[in-house]
Design a protein around this ligand. Structure first.
Ligand code: MLT
Length: 266
């Protein structure tokens, strides 16, 4: 892991392997460790960069609101700092996917392909957005202790909760160690994010979409609709998983990712 100075803050970044770069961007309220199985599988052939976003993991926290655009600009600055000039494969999960649409909007020239896992293109309804602001207020008052039990039934498939206690416990620890201010700032940023749907037809890079078969936050049917709206897209549903498919069924996810990355080299 290295610490990089970006816009007057320090971001913790994993940088492993050699080859065409793949940027792994975690979901909410997690950190780069949610990609541990992909780091192992992809870094044998690729340079894998997996940052902790501002406010998460061991990166510095900024209070207030952190927009998806701010996260996207941080990622471009991370690539600058690592002197990565070649185009990257951007791979984001859920909030990492929301940041991905902004990354495309703002830094298109840095992209060769995208992998969007368990994510959405639409913005929030008023009700969802209000819920995020309530959660932001609650986490600032009480800390993150209530979040795992509130989110786990949606983050994990029943099978994962029953048979993969190690994954569930590690995710709990990650969330409990996350700064309340960082969580609140990202929630406020997600609440105000824009709808990426009108942009989908202009996404002129190949996109792989991966959905956990039991995902209720970003359901497979909705991700199939995103794929249908993109010019060049492949949609894959992964069984035995819900919203955290790369953690829940890493073998299946790694296989489709490696196949997609390999096809891009031909
Ligand atoms: C995530 O996994 O990043 C979150 O579920 C995103 C969200 O709250 O919409």
């Amino acid at each position: 892991m290295t610490k990089l100075s970006v816009d007057n803050i320090q971001l913790e970044v994993l940088d492993e392997g050699q080859g065409d770069p793949v940027l792994l961007v975690h979901g909410f309220p997690l950190d780069h460790t949610m990609w541990r199985f992909q780091v192992d599988a992809l870094s044998t052939r690729h340079r894998v960069i997996a940052p902790d976003l501002r406010g998460f993991g061991h990166s510095d926290v900024t209070s207030g609101t952190v927009t998806m655009a701010r996260f996207a600009d941080d990622l471009a600055a991370v690539l600058d700092s690592l002197q990565i000039q070649s185009a990257v494969t951007y791979c984001g999960l859920s909030m990492g996917g929301y940041v991905g649409w902004e990354f495309f909007r703002r830094h298109r020239h840095r992209l060769s392909r995208m992998i969007m896992c368990d994510t959405r293109a639409v913005g929030d309804t008023q009700q969802v957005s209000r819920g995020r602001l309530l959660m932001a207020a609650r986490v600032c008052e009480q800390g993150p202790g209530f979040i795992p039990d509130a989110m786990f039934p949606k983050l994990f498939a029943e099978e994962t909760l029953a048979y993969q206690p190690g994954i569930v416990a590690a995710t709990r620890s990650t969330i409990l160690a996350t700064s309340a201010e960082g969580i609140a700032a990202a929630q406020r940023g997600m609440a105000g994010r824009s709808d990426a749907t009108p942009m989908l037809a202009s996404v002129d890079v190949p996109v792989l979409l991966i959905a956990g078969a039991h995902d209720v936050i970003s359901p497979p049917a909705e991700m199939q609709d995103i794929a249908d709206a993109l010019p060049v897209a492949t949609f894959v549903s992964v069984d035995r998983s819900s919203h955290l498919s790369p953690l829940e069924n890493p073998d299946a996810v790694n296989e489709v990712m490696l196949r997609f990355l390999e096809a891009g080299r031909e």
